[in-house]
Design a protein around this ligand. Structure first.
Ligand code: BGC
Length: 752
C-alpha cells in the first residue's frame, strides 16, 4: 500500500493517534495496516539510544556509540567533506541500532557566548552554520537514515527556553536566524525538522503557521515532517493547522481526544489532518524501506572521530614556534584535563562513548619526554610546561546558561602558577564556547581543542606533536569582555520577552560595525606553516554571478591547509548593513612550497539583504568590494565589482541605538504580558511562587524531580536546571500525567 492507500484506510481516531508520539522515542504505529513506528534518538554528534527505549529521557543508560566531535569543534574545520564523513559514520551506527532518525544537527546561531548549549551549535554566521548542517544531513541521509534539523527557530538561550518569547525584527530573522535553516533545507532536505520550545514574536514555534508552513514549506520547499522538541507542543489543534506533524514525546491521550473533537465539531478540517498524516505515513514507509542490518568497526569510527578533531582544532597563538613539541626537550604536563579531557557537552546529546584516550598518555606513547604533575614546581627546569584547562560541565550544558565568560578560577590560577616558574607555557583548552583568557599575552602557545569527542587525547597529541598541522579556524568571535558582546543587556534576563535589539549585528557583524577590538576574531586560526595570497581575479560569469580566483602559496616548511574566506562589503551603501559579511569559503590542502588556485563562486544571494517593506530579499545596485581573507580581520586582497540591482533600496529606517520598535510594523513590539493567572503555560517557578498552587502541585513536582535530584550526572543537572522554567503542560507530559487533569486543577484554582 502506498501512503494514499493507507490514509484512506485510517479511521479518525487512528489519524489523531498518529499526530502524537507512542512513547518517549517512537512515533505511533498502526499495526493492522503494517505501518511501523519510527524510532528517533539523539544526536547530533553520535547515536544516543537509550537502552530502555520507551522510557523517559535520562532514565536509563544509552547504548555504546562513537562520540564524534560536537558541532563547536567540527564547525571550526570549515570542511564540509569532513563533517559529511562524520554523518556517514553516524548513519552506520544508527542502522546498526535500528534507529530511523537522528535528532540533529542543531543549527541555531550563537547569539551570545553565554548560551549553555553553544557546544551543540555551529557558528555565529549563517553561511558557515548552514554548510556544516547540510554536510551532516547529507552524510547521514545518503544512508537512508533520517535527520531532524533543530531547533527551529530562535532558540538562542537555555534560560526559560520553554516559555521565552524571542522578539526579533524580520530582517534579522531572514538574514541571520532563519538563513541557515533555509539554506540547509534547500541544499539537503532534512527528512524532519524539530520546532523549538520558545515563542517567536508572541507565537509558540509549535503552532506558528507563518514559520512552519508559509516560510518552511511554501517559500523554501521543505518536503519533510515537523516534529516538536520534547515537550514543546503548545496547542495540538492549532499546531495541525500550522503544519506541525508529530508531538513528542508521547503518549498524550488528551491531545488525541482534542484532535478528534476538533474534527467532529468542524474546528479542524479533516483535510488539514490528512496532510499531517500523509507526511507521517511517508516517513514511516521510507524508514521501513531503508532499514538494514549492519555493523560497524569501532576502531575505524574512532579514527574518523580523531580525523575530524585534528582537522578542526584551532591554534590561536604560537610564539617562538614553541609548538610543535620537540622530542629532544623535556615537558611538564599539568592541569585537570591532561589525564581526563572534557570531550563532549552534557544533556540530550551526551554519548556513551566506546573509549576515551588522554592527551598525556598519547604524548607518552608518541615518545615525548613528558611528566605529569599536580604541582607546578615540577615545571621548573623543564623546557616548557603544557597546561590543560577549560570549561567544566557544571559551567556549561543543556538546560542552563553560563553566568559569565570566565574559565574556572582555579584553572586560570594554574596558568599563572606555571608562568611563575617557566616562561614557556602552552595552554590547551577544552571548552564548548568562547571565554576570556586573562593570561593570553603571557603564555607562548594556545591550542583551542574545544570539545573533541572520544579521540580527544590522540587528536590533541597529534596537533601538539605536529603529526598533523592545525588548520581549524574560529567559527565564532572571542570577545574581550562580556560587556562587549552584542546582546549583553538582552540575554537570559528574568524576563520572558527576549529582545533581539542588536538586530542583524550578530557576532563579527557587530564587532566590525563598531570597530571593536576582540580577543580573537571570527575566522582566525594559525598553522605551523604560512600562506601567501596573490593574483586575485573576479570574473562575472552570469547575471550578478562571479567567480573569485586567488592563488595561495604555502611558503613555510610544513604541508598544511588554509581556509580562504570571501567577505563582501558595500562601501557606499544607502542602507544600514553590516560592514562585511562572509559569502563564501574553501579549505585547501597545500604541500610546502606549492601554490594552488582557489575558486569560489558568488551568486546573487551573496549581495542580497532582506527588505521588510518589499517583504523579500533584494539587491542594492552599486559597487561591492570582495575580499579574499585569511580571517574576518585579515583581509589579504580585494577586488571591486559592480552589481546590478535596485537603485532605491528599502529597509525599515533604523540604526543601532534607535528605538527597537522602529523595526516593527506600526512600531509595536510583539511582546507578551506576564500571565496574571496560573495556566498550563505557567512554569514551575510561577507555581512555587503561589502559596496555594505550590501545595497542590507538590506531588507533580516531586514526581518530576525524583529520578534526578540525588544524582550528579550531566543529564540530571540538565533536568533539574530546566525544572523551574518548565511549563505545567510539559511537566505533565514528562512525568506521564494527564494534561487534562492538570488543567482541571489549574482551572479550579484560578476560579477560586
Ligand atoms: C532537546 C532536543 C532533544 C530532545 C530529545 C530536548 O530537550 O532540546 O535537542 O533532541 O530533548 O532528547
Amino acid at each position: 500500500m502506498n501512503e494514499f492507500d493507507i490514509l484512506k484506510e485510517l479511521s479518525l481516531e487512528e489519524k489523531a493517534m498518529l499526530t502524537v508520539g507512542k512513547d518517549f522515542w517512537h512515533f505511533e504505529s498502526i499495526d493492522r495496516l503494517g505501518l511501523d513506528s519510527v524510532l528517533v534518538t539523539d544526536g547530533p554528534h553520535g547515536v544516543r539510544k537509550q537502552k530502555e527505549i520507551g522510557k523517559e529521557m535520562g532514565s536509563s543508560e544509552s547504548v555504546k556509540a562513537t562520540c564524534f566531535p560536537p558541532a563547536c569543534l567540527s564547525a571550526s574545520s570549515w570542511n564540509p567533506e569532513l563533517i559529511e564523513e562524520e554523518g556517514n559514520a553516524i548513519a552506520q551506527e544508527a542502522l546498526s541500532e535500528s534507529v530511523d532518525v537522528i535528532l540533529g544537527p542543531g543549527a541555531n546561531i550563537k547569539r551570545s557566548p553565554l548560551c549553555g548549549r553553544n557546544f551543540e551549535y555551529f557558528s555565529e554566521d549563517p553561511l558557515l552554520a548552514s554548510s556544516a548542517a547540510s554536510a551532516l544531513i547529507n552524510g547521514i541521509q545518503k544512508n537512508g537514515v533520517g535527520t531532524s534539523l533543530k531547533h527551529f527557530a530562535l532558540n538562542n538561550q537555555e534560560k526559560m527556553r520553554f516559555v521565552s518569547n524571542s522578539v526579533v525584527d524580520l530582517r534579522a530573522m531572514n538574514e541571520i536566524y532563519l538563513k541557515q535553516f533555509e539554506l540547509a533545507v534547500k541544499n539537503s532536505q532534512p527528512s524532519t525538522i524539530m520546532c523549538s520550545y520558545n515563542m517567536i514574536n508572541g507565537e509558540y514555534s509549535s503552532d506558528n503557521k507563518w514559520l512552519l508552513n508559509d516560510k518552511l514549506r511554501d517559500e523554501w520547499g521543505f518536503k519533510g515532517l515537523v516534529v516538536t522538541d520534547w515537550g514543546a507542543m503548545n496547542d495540538r489543534v492549532k499546531g495541525i493547522k500550522a503544519g506541525l506533524d508529530v508531538e513528542m514525546p508521547g503518549p498524550n491521550k488528551d491531545n488525541v481526544l482534542k484532535v478528534i473533537r476538533a474534527v467532529q465539531s468542524g474546528a479542524l478540517k479533516e483535510e488539514d489532518l490528512d496532510k499531517v498524516c500523509l507526511r507521517i505515513i511517508r516517513l514511516a514507509l521510507n524508514a521501513k524501506k531503508n532499514r538494514k542490518n549492519t555493523t560497524y568497526d569501532i576502531k575505524e569510527h574512532h579514527e574518523i572521530a580523531r580525523k575530524i578533531a585534528v582537522g578542526s582544532m584551532v591554534l590561536l597563538k604560537n610564539a617562538d614556534s614553541l609548538l610543535p613539541l620537540d622530542k629532544n626537550k623535556t615537558y611538564s604536563v599539568i592541569g585537570p584535563f591532561a589525564k581526563k579531557p572534557r570531550y563532549q557537552g552534557s544533556g540530550s546529546s551526551q554519548i556513551n562513548s566506546h573509549y576515551v584516550d588522554s592527551p598525556y598518555d598519547e604524548l607518552l606513547k608518541k615518545g615525548y619526554s613528558v611528566t605529569y604533575s599536580e604541582n607546578v614546581d615540577d615545571a621548573r627546569g623543564k623546557d616548557a610546561v603544557i597546561v590543560f584547562i577549560g570549561l567544566t560541565e557544571e559551567i556549561e550544558g543543556e538546560g542552563f546558561d553560563r553566568k559569565d565568560l570566565n574559565l574556572p578560577e582555579s584553572h586560570n590560577r594554574l596558568v599563572e602558577e606555571a608562568l611563575k616558574v617557566n616562561e614557556n607555557v602552552v595552554v590547551v583548552i577544552y571548552a564548548g564556547s568562547a571565554f576570556l583568557m586573562p593570561w593570553k599575552d603571557k603564555v607562548k602557545s594556545i591550542l583551542l581543542a574545544y570539545l573533541p569527542g572520544e579521540a580527544a587525547g590522540e587528536a590533541t597529541a597529534d596537533i601538539l606533536a605536529g603529526d598533523v598541522n592545525p588548520s581549524g579556524k574560529l567559527a565564532e568571535t572571542f570577545p574581550l569582555s562580556l560587556e562587549d558582546t552584542p546582546c549583553y543587556l538582552n540575554f537570559a534576563t528574568d524576563r520572558k520577552n527576549v529582545l533581539y535589539e542588536e538586530s542583524i549585528l550578530v557576532g563579527y557583524r557587530y564587532y566590525d560595525y563598531f570597530n571593536k577590538d576582540v580577543l580573537f576574531p571570527f575566522g582566525t586560526g594559525l598553522s605551523y606553516t604560512k600562506f601567501e595570497y596573490s593574483e586575485m581575479h573576479v570574473n562575472e560569469i552570469g547575471e550578478n554571478q562571479f567567480k573569485v580566483c586567488v592563488k595561495v602559496k604555502n611558503i613555510g616548511s610544513a604541508d598544511g591547509a588554509e581556509v580562504v574566506q570571501i567577505y563582501v562589503e558595500m562601501p557606499e551603501s544607502k542602507i544600514f548593513r553590516a560592514k562585511r559579511e562572509l559569502r563564501g569559503f574553501k579549505k585547501v590542502f597545500i604541500k610546502k612550497g606549492e601554490e594552488v588556485e582557489v575558486e569560489i563562486i558568488l551568486t546573487p544571494d551573496s549581495f542580497s539583504y532582506y527588505s521588510v517593506p518589499l517583504k523579500r530579499f533584494d539587491i542594492e545596485d552599486g559597487n561591492y568590494r570582495i575580499y579574499a581573507s585569511s580571517s574576518s580581520r585579515d583581509h589579504r586582497l580585494y577586488s571591486d565589482v559592480h552589481v546590478k540591482g535596485n537603485k532605491d533600496p528599502q529597509v525599515m529606517p533604523w540604526h543601532p541605538g534607535d528605538d527597537f520598535s522602529l523595526l516593527f510594523e506600526n512600531n509595536s513590539l510583539p511582546i507578551i504580558e506576564e500571565d496574571e493567572k496560573l495556566s498550563m503555560n505557567s512554569t514551575l517557578r510561577d507555581v512555587l511562587e503561589d502559596e496555594g498552587a505550590k501545595e497542590i502541585f507538590k506531588p507533580l513536582i516531586d514526581k518530576y524531580t525524583a529520578p534526578f535530584k540525588d544524582r550528579n550526572d550531566g543529564m540530571s543537572r540538565m533536568m533539574m536546571a530546566m525544572a523551574l522554567d518548565m511549563p505545567l503542560r510539559a511537566v505533565a507530559i514528562m512525568v506521564g500525567e494527564s494534561q487534562a487533569e492538570v488543567e482541571k486543577t489549574i482551572n479550579a484554582l484560578t476560579i477560586k
